[in-house]
Design a protein around this ligand. Structure first.
Ligand SMILES: Cc1cc2nc3c(=O)[nH]c(=O)nc-3n(C[C@H](O)[C@H](O)[C@H](O)COP(=O)(O)OP(=O)(O)OC[C@H]3O[C@@H](n4cnc5c(N)ncnc54)[C@H](O)[C@@H]3O)c2cc1C
Length: 282
């Protein structure tokens, strides 16, 4: 079963090694697209594992610089040890962010399940006081996000807005896709109107068109925000947006811990779920 899933995973991940991710980023750059490389991993079990994860990011930043790739990096705080303690995660993340600053690069903190939302925002805001080369992701599925986005943007923090890839209880998250999309549209417009360089991270055609329309209406320049999409999804759309003069950044995951990321991607599409099910039953 895992072997079969690995075949599906290949659509969404660059490979298992750093060089695979750098190769994918360079190939995207050749098409006019920028990249954000993510080393797959979450829920570090020991402080040593978390420290190793930070070291991998430091080597990744060196390799990005050496290769000349136009790529930022993105990381998860539980990979940096947030499940063990906030101090461990903050220390490891700071090591990565400091290295990125030395090299003129930028780090984005992914947003994970709601058990980690507050600690992720707190860690981000604490580090942001010292480092401006740091951004964070927020999920429009969470009811709190509109307030979080206002707070972070008021402090100049750059937000990557996503719909959210984690199952959350209806007490804190919108259950209906229409409400998730409405919340995305609302927060997206507020962020586009700031000068915080937001990233509009969606493959949703309606929301992409809404962002474009809003930017034109308000005279917001194309180069003041990014569109972001995931590796392996809507490749032609990525290229078309870039050809239209927008900044398009593609999220490029790599690493051996590909299973949870792949399962989130497969769950997002009914067609994927049926494909998996058919192959398990066959
Ligand atoms: C750059 C980037 C970074 C992200 N970072 C985070 C993060 O930090 N935390 C987090 O919780 N989530 C993150 N996500 C995932 C996000 O929350 C959504 O789960 C994911 O983007 C799908 O939602 P959508 O906005 O594309 O809209 P949807 O309405 O789900 O999809 C719109 C259309 O996109 C296509 N599509 C979407 N997903 C797939 C798929 N898996 N396979 C094939 N086609 C697909 C389909 O055509 C679909 O109709 C990130 C997404 C992006 C693009």
């Amino acid at each position: 079963m895992k072997g079969f899933l690995l075949v599906l995973a290949r659509r969404y991940i660059a490979g298992t090694e750093r060089r695979d991710a750098i190769g994918a980023a360079l190939a995207l750059n050749a098409l006019g697209l920028k990249a954000t490389i993510d080393n797959l991993g979450e829920n570090a079990r020991t402080a040593v594992d978390a420290e190793c994860a930070a070291k991998e990011y430091i080597s990744l930043l060196d390799d990005i610089k050496a290769s000349g790739a136009d790529s930022q990096v993105s990381l998860k705080l539980t990979h940096m040890g947030l499940g063990l303690s906030k101090e461990i995660a903050k220390r490891n993340t700071e090591d990565v962010v400091r290295k990125a600053r030395e090299l003129g690069n930028i780090v984005r903190i992914d947003m994970e399940g709601s058990a980690f939302t507050q600690a992720t925002i707190d860690t981000f805001l604490e580090l942001r006081e010292k480092y401006t080369n740091l951004g964070v992701a927020l999920q429009s599925a969470l009811k709190r996000t509109v307030d979080d986005a206002r707070l972070i943007a008021s402090k100049g923090g750059s937000i990557r807005l996503v719909k959210g890839a984690y199952r959350e209880p209806p007490s804190i998250a919108y259950a209906d896709k229409k409400d998730v999309d409405r919340s995305f549209g609302l927060v997206m417009k507020e962020l586009l109107a700031t000068d915080t360089r937001p990233a509009i991270a969606t493959h949703d055609e309606k929301l992409i068109d809404e962002a474009k329309r809003f930017a034109v209406e308000k005279g917001i320049p194309k180069n003041s925000f990014d569109f972001e999409m995931l590796l392996g999804i809507k490749r032609k759309r990525q290229k078309r947006l870039s050809d239209e003069g927008y900044n398009v950044r593609v999220y490029v995951p790599y690493g051996r811990d590909w299973f949870p990321y792949t399962m989130r991607r497969l769950r997002e599409r009914k067609e994927n779920a049926w494909f998996v099910l058919r192959n398990i039953l066959d």
